[in-house]
Design a protein around this ligand. Structure first.
Ligand SMILES: Nc1ncnc2c1ncn2[C@@H]1O[C@H](COP(=O)(O)OP(=O)(O)OP(=O)(O)O)[C@@H](O)[C@H]1O
Length: 130
């Protein structure tokens, strides 16, 4: 997950560094994802399962929940690095890190939800049919 951020950082114009993600408690995240409902799962990576969620103010979010077996020193180190890097990056083509949760066995990143659109659409403003 870290490699992709660095690559984009080097190649995308208009990238700026600003702001920080804030801590959010797990009960708020549970509520936003309907207790991490299977129905809310929108993706899965090597490190995490990603859920669609809605905060009380209506903001739609992508909740990236670190897998339990990845709660190792290495996993926590990678997680902390992602918080550190993503909380300072701002670009129209990067999902914004809004919040994070780091409570005992629950390590979560809360991103701006990138709705069902292709990367080409985000970057070039057009659909790619190739
Ligand atoms: N902000 C987002 N908005 C919408 N969907 C997302 C968002 N972030 C992640 N996803 C979905 O969740 C999937 C897994 O995310 P991601 O690849 O970041 O997880 P990861 O655990 O870091 O995986 P890895 O490091 O192995 O690639 C993505 O392929 C995508 O479908």
């Amino acid at each position: 997950m870290f490699t992709m951020v660095i690559r984009r950082r080097q190649s995308l114009p208009g990238l700026s560094l600003s702001g920080t993600g804030d801590a959010l408690d797990r009960s708020t995240i549970r509520e936003a994802t309907r207790n991490f409902s299977e129905a809310n799962v929108i993706g899965e990576g090597g490190y995490s399962v990603v859920y669609r969620g809605q905060l009380r103010d209506g903001t739609m979010v992508a909740v990236k929940r670190l897998k339990k077996y990845y709660l190792t020193d290495k996993g926590k180190e990678d997680f902390s690095r992602e918080v550190g890097v993503m909380s300072t990056l701002r670009h129209v083509n990067l999902a914004k890190l809004l919040y994070y949760c780091r409570e005992e066995d629950e390590w979560i990143l809360v991103y701006e939800l990138m709705e069902n659109r292709s990367l080409n659409l985000y970057i070039f403003g057009t659909r790619c049919n190739a």
